[in-house]
Design a protein around this ligand. Structure first.
Ligand code: N2P
Length: 371
């Protein structure tokens, strides 16, 4: 008996020191996952829960525009395992360049939680939906402070891009702060649409018209900056008109209401028709941890996880079973979940050729420089 007890104690004694070392050794071997997502675009609790459930450590970096994401990816060896490109144009371009790894559906049992109609919609960039699951979607429009705008322009329509694009409006509003997110990809199509042109036009005369319109408002624009900074500044009341992503405006509105300093913010989905976009969960071809990436994507495709994300970031997801779990106020907001009528007026960007992209980015540089 004593011998057995002793043996057990010895065993414990031998094991104990190594048990102390065990977590460190484990940590070294614990898989990590490198995520590159948009700023203000996840529920931090979802990431924590994923880490706890799987033991996978998440390293989470953020970007603010498709231009930044494309720059990082085109350099190669980004080191990222999961990225979140917009279906058109970036996701489509990355697929064509062979830069994404096809998903392994067998490792994604939650794949079928996605709305089949929305999946068909993003098939134009990814035939067969082989390279990406839908994360969230939304539109491009204006974040405004209705009281400030009304004070300066009592008769201006609050549902149109006229607020930003008509020089007389923007001139009158310059004092209360005008901002435009720094992204040719996500701003130019709406400007072309406002001019009555094809948002995906590559025609030189159309682009000249867009450039003229943008240069005409440029002197009154306070900031052309990262979408993430626009969200922060909108929330503190620094801008009365800002062109950016829908949910960013609605997050700013919620933050401002919470701060209780009388900053009231509204989202305007332009009546001319808004740019609609879908952001995809995708895995770079050279991802160092593709298995962990698949687990993360599968984890996100759960209704309760997605509902938590939509509640936090105010963008709709593509999982119908998540909708009843979303807060009433968020679910009932047509600026979060667009109405069929809004969807009918919306358009999507297309992946243009490299020459057209270069022309657009030159135009953008001139807009930023103001000449
Ligand atoms: C999140 C930005 C939304 C993504 N801050 C636009 N595709």
């Amino acid at each position: 008996m004593l011998r057995r007890l002793l043996a057990a104690t010895m065993c414990a004694a031998v094991l104990l020191p190594s048990a102390g070392l065990f977590p460190a050794a484990m940590a070294q071997q614990a898989p990590t996952l490198n995520v590159y997502n948009w700023s203000d675009y996840i529920d931090p609790k979802a990431v924590e829960r994923f880490q706890q459930e799987t033991g996978i450590q998440v390293r989470y970096d953020v970007f603010d525009s498709l231009e930044t994401l494309e720059g990082k990816l085109s350099a190669g060896r980004s080191g990222y395992d999961v990225i979140v490109p917009t279906s058109e144009p970036t996701f489509a371009r990355l697929i064509r360049a062979g830069a994404l790894r096809p998903l392994d559906r067998a490792a994604l049992p939650n794949w079928n939680n996605q709305d089949a109609t929305l999946l068909r919609r993003v098939e134009s960039s990814d035939p067969g939906n082989r390279h990406g699951a839908i994360y969230l979607y939304g539109s491009v429009g204006l974040g405004i402070r209705p009281d400030k705008v009304r004070a300066v322009l009592p008769d201006a329509p609050l549902d149109s891009l006229d607020l930003l694009m008509k020089p007389e409006n923007v001139k009158a509003l310059a004092g209360c702060g005008i901002a435009v997110m720094d992204s040719a990809i996500d701003v130019l199509p709406s400007v072309l649409r406002w001019l009555g042109k094809d948002p995906n036009s590559t025609d030189a005369a159309d682009l000249r018209a867009a450039e003229q319109a943008m240069l005409a408002i440029r002197p009154h624009v306070r900031a052309i900056t990262a979408s993430g900074s626009i969200l922060d500044a909108l929330a503190t009341g620094e801008y009365c008109v800002a062109m950016t992503y829908s949910g960013d405006v609605i997050q700013a509105k919620a933050r401002a209401a919470e701060a209780g300093r009388g900053v009231d913010i509204a989202y305007v989905q332009p009546k001319e028709g808004a740019q609609l976009w879908f952001d995809m969960l995708a895995i770079p071809a050279d991802a160092p941890h593709p298995d962990a990436a698949q687990r993360f994507i599968n984890f996100l495709l759960q209704p309760e996880v997605m509902a938590g994300i939509t509640n936090e970031v105010r963008y709709p997801n593509a999982i119908p079973a998540a909708t009843p779990l979303v807060d009433d106020a968020v679910r009932g907001d047509p600026n979060v979940y667009p109405t069929p009528e809004m969807l009918g007026r919306s358009f999507t960007a297309e992946a243009l050729g490299p020459q057209a992209e270069r022309a657009r980015s030159r135009l953008w540089s001139r807009f930023k420089a103001g000449r």
